[in-house]
Each structure stands twice: as structure tokens, then as C-alpha cells.
Design a protein. Structure first.
Length: 390
């Protein structure tokens, strides 16, 4: 089909929820994709952190296609090998003792909220169900995960929102202590790096204070790793940078390498919180998605993580040389760029013209390259960025 036909179909038949850029992506390999005319783009977005291994990685494609040719779905009323193997690998790589599979980050966060509230109900009875979240956070687009999101811009149009959430400023230790005095708090929910909020890292002091407060009061620490998890920051989980072990953690985005999948990691306290019938998902743990995720997991060993950190450090160093770059934030290959005299939207549009796909996060540019991006691909993308930010 011609680009004009695609644009027309989109306008006439797809709900208008996205302000799309004028890129009609036709094919991709590694960190490069091509439009319908054959123009090449370096993808520094990986589909908003999803394509962990880039476009069409040969081993990932083989794993997915092999599974699709055997069994694409059967439901969670029965056993499948890819799901069982993936759960085992996730537990071995993390603090988790059990895993619940879903289809997206929002669903993984919904499961995390439900697990926290059920744990508290089982142990303390009714009335202890409040969750403290952070201002500037983002946890999803369902009504409940929007309710847990600490940005007023998302608290419109869909009233009434789910009750039971209270917000404190990241870094406000005293405010957090005050918020838990009521005795009705079951969990504190946070992102160690606020992605949609502008690639904003939590301070080590604040993170340690949250962990200590949770431990002291039997409040669960809920770690949203939807964007930061699965090696994005140079550790399998971002919480590892802080030396903190949460009680619950959500994964999605990069886990499937390009296919929809979410996962809730349940630690020691919550390993048996979910019982038959208390939660579920028709598609959660789909065999094909799990096969793709297993290939991603099998690649993210220590040497792979070291390369992620090395590449992230290199990109940051090169970016800080550019005249229009004020500051660079984030860890590993999760990078936020504060700009001088240039809006993030304008910069992203100019980058696309130069053949580089980037993201925005509020006033910043945001880079989430494939974790296995080559230095050759990095330099090709940086050359386009240098033209825009010099």
C-alpha cells in the first residue's frame, strides 16, 4: 500500500488517540528500520523500550516462530512449557519466589496493587488498603493505574477514579513518614527512575528511607519496573542499583522483545497471596510471548549487562559535548536529555528528519535504544543527534 492510503485508513478507521509522526515503518533489522521508500532510520526508541534485541533478531524470531508452529495458545487452565520455564528463569534472576503473567505493564501494575491489598487483607483484615505513590509517577492507563499515577494531567475525563491512593513528592522523607501514620497503608509504589515523568532518578537516601519505612511497618514495597526492568538500566532490575529488594515488582515492555507480555514478581511475603480464582488472565503467559521472553532472558547475562552500561556511558559522554544539551539523566540505556533553547517536540521532529527515532518525556528527549545495539549503530544515530543539538 502507498503511504497516503495508510494515512487515510488510519484517519478513517483507527481511534484518534495518537499524534503520530509521519513515518510509515515498513521493515527493520537490529537498530535500523526503513520506511516505504527505503529511507533508513536509527531507532533510539526500541518501540518505547520494547524491542530489547532490536528489530527481527534472528534467534528471537526463531524462538517465536518455532513456538507458534507448535502451540500458540491454550489458556491457563492447562500447563505449557514456555510459561513454566520463563517463570523459573525470572525467579532465579530476581528476588521473586512466584510469578503472575499478564499482557501489559498496566495489567502487571493492576496485579501488583491487587496483591498488596490482598496480602494486607489476609493478614490484617479490612481497612488497611491505601497505597502511597509518588508525584510525577506513571503507572498505566487503566482507571486504577491512572488513579495510582501522580500526574494531574491524567486525572481528567474518566471520573470517578479508583480511591485508595495518596501522593507524596519524591525525596520528601518526612512527608512519606507522615502519610503512613494513619495505619491504613498497605504499600508504597514507585519507579526508581520515573520514565514518563522525565527520566528522573530517585535519590539513594530517599529510596533507602522508603525501604526502611516499609520494613518497619510491614508495608509492601511495590516496584514498577515496566520501563526500567529486564536490563534497561544495566542491571536486570533497576532496584539492584540501590541495593534494595522490593516485595513486588512489575515487568513488561522489554520482557517480550516485541510481543505483549507482563509479569508480576512476587517476593517471599507475597508468594502465596494469590490463590485459585483470586486473579487471572486469559492471555497471560501466552506460549509464543513466553518463548520470545525466554530468548530475551537468556541473553541478559552479566557480560550483556556490562555492555549495556558501557554503551550508555559512551552515549552520555558524547551527548554532553553538544552545545544544546544541558544535562543527561538516567542509567544504562535509559537516557534523558535536558535541552537548551529547543523544545523536546521540535528536537524529536528534527531528529526524525535526520533519520533518528527518539522519544520525548515532558521537556526532555528520551533515548531507549535496543539493548544489543552496536557501536556502529550508536555512532550513526549520534551523528544525526549532533546535527540537531549542535
Amino acid at each position: 500500500m502507498k503511504k497516503e492510503d495508510i494515512f487515510e485508513y488510519d484517519k478513517n478507521y483507527i481511534a484518534g488517540t495518537y499524534l503520530r509522526s509521519k513515518l510509515f515503518a515498513k521493515s527493520g533489522k537490529g537498530a535500523l528500520c526503513r520506511d516505504e521508500e527505503g529511507k533508513e532510520y536509527v531507532d533510539f526508541s526500541s518501540g518505547i523500550g520494547v524491542n530489547s534485541l532490536g528489530f527481527c533478531d534472528s534467534r528471537w524470531v526463531e524462538a517465536v516462530c518455532t513456538q507458534a508452529s507448535k502451540l500458540q495458545h491454550i489458556s491457563n487452565l492447562y500447563y505449557t512449557e514456555p510459561q513454566a520455564k520463563l517463570a523459573k528463569e525470572l525467579c532465579h534472576k530476581t528476588f521473586a519466589e512466584k510469578v503472575f503473567f499478564s499482557n501489559s505493564g498496566a495489567e502487571a501494575n493492576e496485579a501488583m496493587i491487587k496483591a498488596a491489598r490482598k496480602y494486607s487483607f489476609d493478614k490484617y483484615g479490612t481497612g488497611r488498603n491505601k497505597i502511597i505513590a509518588l508525584i510525577n509517577s506513571f503507572h498505566g492507563r487503566t482507571v486504577t493505574t491512572l488513579s495510582a499515577t501522580g500526574q494531574e494531567v491524567f486525572h481528567k475525563f474518566f471520573d470517578p477514579f479508583t480511591p485508595g491512593f495518596e501522593f507524596v513528592e519524591a525525596g520528601d522523607i518526612e512527608g512519606l513518614k507522615e502519610a503512613v501514620k494513619s495505619g491504613d497503608v498497605c504499600g508504597i509504589m514507585l519507579e526508581f527512575i520515573q520514565g514518563e515523568g522525565g527520566v528522573v532518578e530517585l535519590s539513594e537516601d530517599f529510596a533507602a528511607a522508603v525501604s526502611e519505612l516499609c520494613e518497619k511497618n510491614d508495608i509492601l514495597l511495590l516496584d514498577d519496573e515496566v520501563q526500567t526492568g529486564v536490563g534497561r538500566t544495566g542491571r536486570f532490575l533497576c532496584c539492584e542499583h540501590y541495593g534494595i529488594e522490593p516485595d513486588l515488582a512489575s515487568l513488561a515492555k522489554g520482557l517480550g522483545g516485541g510481543l505483549p507480555i507482563g509479569a508480576l514478581l512476587l517476593g517471599k511475603k507475597c508468594r502465596d497471596t494469590f490463590t485459585p480464582g483470586s486473579h487471572g488472565s486469559t492471555f497471560g503467559g501466552n506460549p509464543v510471548s513466553c518463548a520470545g521472553a525466554l530468548e530475551v532472558i537468556n541473553r541478559t547475562d552479566d557480560s550483556f549487562m556490562a555492555e549495556v552500561e558501557k554503551k550508555g556511558d559512551y552515549i552520555r559522554t558524547e551527548l554532553m559535548k553538544l552545545p544544546k544539551v544541558k544535562k543527561v539523566t538516567g542509567k544504562g540505556l535509559m537516557i534523558g536529555i535536558s535541552l537548551i533553547d529547543l523544545s523536546s517536540k521540535e528536537a524529536a521532529e528534527k531528529c526524525l528528519e535526520k533519520g533518528v527515532i527518539v522519544l520525548t518525556a515532558k521537556e526532555k528527549l528520551r533515548l531507549l535504544p535496543p539493548l544489543n545495539i552496536s557501536f556502529e549503530e550508536i555512532n550513526k544515530g549520534l551523528s544525526g543527534l549532533k546535527e540537531v543539538l549542535s
